[in-house]
Design a protein around this ligand. Structure first.
Ligand SMILES: [Fe+2]
Ligand SMILES: [Fe+2]
Length: 447
C-alpha cells in the first residue's frame, strides 16, 4: 500500500488546530506519551492521506465501466450535490465524536483506556481534516448554493453536540462506558460506511477510504477490548463495573447506530450514482449480524471468567442453553448477559420509528408504559436529558394520534449554535431548529 499525504493550506490547517485546542485539550499529552502507549505504531500526523493505486474505473451504478471522476464538475449536478452532502455529513460526524469523547474522557478508570480513546479522537480529527481537504481542494460552488469552501469549513467547525448532522453525534456521553460502547458500536457503523465508499465514483473520495479504514480498525478495538475486560471483571464480582451498565449503554447506542445507515428502504441513489456498493437495508443487516456476534463474544468471556473450569465445548453448550431457554445456569441468568436490542427498539427514524418495542421484541400499547420501560433500560443520566424529553413528547403525540410517525421523525428538534465559528468568539446564540425550519433562540451568551 502506498499513501500520499497532503496538508491543507495554512489558514485552514490553522483553523483545525485552533478548533482542536478548544475541543481536544489533551492532544499534546497524547503526542508526548505516544511512544509509551503505541511503541510500534507510526506517530500521528494531522494531514489528509490518499491511497495510491486504487481502481480508475467506476465499479457500480449507471456509469459502471467509465473512468472515475476526479473533479466535482465531471459529476452530474445531482451527483455532485448528493456527494457534497455526504462529505459534509461525514466531516460533521468526525468532529462531533471528538466533542462527545472529550466530555467524559477524564473519567476513564484506566490510563490505557484513556490513551486509546485519545488516539481515536486524534484520528477522528484527521478524518475530519480529510473531508475538509475534499471540500477545499476542488471547486464545489456550482452545487453548494453559493457557499464558499471557507464558509463550509466555518459551518462544520462551529457545530457542537446537538447541532451535528446525524443523531448519534448529538448525544452527550453519560460516563466513560459511553466512550467505549460508542467506539464498539458507532465506529463500527463508520467502518461499514467507509467500506461501502471504497468504490466511490469520485476518485478523491474513494482514495480517502483505505487509510481511514485502517485507523477505524483501531477504533473498534478501543471499544471491544475494554468491553471484554469489563465482562471478565463483572463475572469475577467487581462492584465497579457490571454487565447491566454495558447493556444500558448498548440500549442507548444501538438504535442510533442502526439509524445511521439511513431509512431501511433507501440508499438506491448511492448505488445508482456509484457512491456506495450496498443499499441501506443490505448494509444494516450485515451490521446487525456483526454486532450480535461481537456481543456474543463478550458474554462468552463473561461465562468463561465465571466458570474457569469449563472446557470451551462446555462454555458453548451453556451459552446455547441460556440463549434458548432464557433461563439460569448455576446462578447466571440469561438477563445477566449482554444482548443486542431488537431492531425496532427505541427507534426514531426509519421504518420502525416510534414503534413501541422492547429489547426482546415485546410490544407495548401505551406510551407511558413504554417510557417507564425505557427508563428501566437506559442509564439515569440519559433518562434525565433533553433528548429523552423531546423523544417522549413526540412519542406521546404519536400514541395519542396527534402526530403521525412520519411527522414525529421530522419533529425531533435540533440545537444549533450560531454566530461565530469558534468557542472563543465574543457572542453566541443557541437556537432550537424545528422541523419546519423555524428557529427559536434558547440561549444567548454575550461578553
Ligand atoms: Fe472517523
Ligand atoms: Fe472512528
Amino acid at each position: 500500500m502506498k499513501v500520499e499525504t497532503i496538508e491543507l493550506p495554512k489558514k485552514y490547517h490553522g483553523a483545525v488546530e485552533h478548533w482542536r485546542r478548544h475541543n481536544f485539550k489533551d492532544y499534546e499529552l497524547l503526542m508526548d506519551d505516544w511512544e509509551k502507549y503505541f511503541p510500534t505504531d507510526e506517530k500521528f500526523c494531522l494531514c489528509a492521506k490518499m491511497e495510491v493505486g486504487t481502481p480508475d474505473v467506476i465499479q457500480i451504478g449507471e456509469q459502471k465501466g467509465e473512468k472515475k471522476r476526479i473533479k466535482p464538475d465531471e459529476l452530474t449536478e445531482n451527483q455532485a450535490m448528493h456527494l457534497l452532502a455526504i462529505i459534509k455529513a461525514q466531516a460533521s460526524t468526525e468532529f462531533g465524536s471528538i466533542q462527545q469523547h472529550s466530555g467524559t474522557l477524564d473519567r476513564a478508570m484506566d490510563d490505557q483506556d484513556r490513551a486509546w480513546v485519545m488516539r481515536v479522537m486524534a484520528e477522528e480529527l484527521r478524518h475530519g481534516y480529510q473531508m475538509l481537504h475534499l471540500l477545499l481542494s476542488e471547486d464545489w460552488s456550482h452545487v453548494s448554493g453559493g457557499i464558499t469552501g471557507e464558509q463550509m469549513v466555518e459551518e462544520i467547525l462551529s457545530m457542537t453536540t446537538g447541532s451535528h448532522v446525524l443523531d448519534s453525534f448529538n448525544l452527550d456521553y453519560d460516563s466513560f462506558v459511553d466512550n467505549v460502547t460508542f467506539a464498539a458500536i458507532i465506529d463500527r457503523v463508520g467502518k461499514y460506511q467507509l467500506t461501502m465508499q471504497k468504490v466511490c465514483a469520485y476518485k478523491p473520495m474513494a482514495d480517502s477510504m483505505p487509510p481511514m479504514l485502517r485507523e477505524e480498525a483501531f477504533h473498534l478495538a478501543a471499544g471491544v477490548i475494554p468491553m471484554r475486560r469489563w465482562a471478565q471483571k463483572a463475572a469475577q464480582g467487581d462492584p465497579l463495573i457490571s454487565m447491566h451498565m454495558m447493556q444500558d449503554s448498548l440500549n442507548k447506542w444501538v438504535p442510533r447506530g442502526l439509524e445511521m445507515f439511513g431509512d431501511e428502504c433507501g440508499g438506491h441513489t448511492n448505488l445508482k450514482y456509484g457512491f456506495k456498493d450496498l443499499s441501506n437495508r443490505a448494509a444494516v443487516e450485515q451490521y446487525y449480524v456483526a454486532i450480535t456476534k461481537m456481543t456474543r463474544d463478550i458474554y462468552a468471556r463473561f461465562l468463561r471468567a465465571r466458570f474457569p473450569d469449563y472446557s470451551p465445548e462446555k462454555i458453548e453448550t451453556t451459552l446455547r442453553e441460556l440463549e434458548s431457554t432464557r433461563g439460569t445456569h448455576h446462578g447466571v441468568a440469561f438477563a445477566d448477559l449482554l444482548r443486542v436490542p431488537d431492531k425496532r427498539f427505541f427507534r426514531r427514524k426509519g421504518e420502525h420509528a416510534f414503534l413501541m418495542v422492547g429489547i426482546d421484541g415485546e410490544t407495548f400499547e401505551d406510551a407511558e408504559q413504554y417510557l417507564h420501560y425505557l427508563a428501566k433500560h437506559l442509564n439515569d443520566g440519559y433518562i434525565a436529558s433533553r433528548d429523552m424529553r423531546n423523544y417522549a413528547d413526540c412519542l406521546r403525540k404519536v400514541a395519542a394520534g396527534e402526530m403521525t410517525r412520519d411527522q414525529a421523525v421530522k419533529a425531533m428538534p435540533k440545537l444549533k449554535r450560531v454566530g461565530g465559528s469558534c468557542p472563543c468568539s465574543r457572542s453566541v446564540r443557541w437556537v432550537m431548529e424545528e422541523a419546519n425550519g423555524e428557529q427559536q433562540t434558547v440561549a444567548v451568551r454575550n461578553h
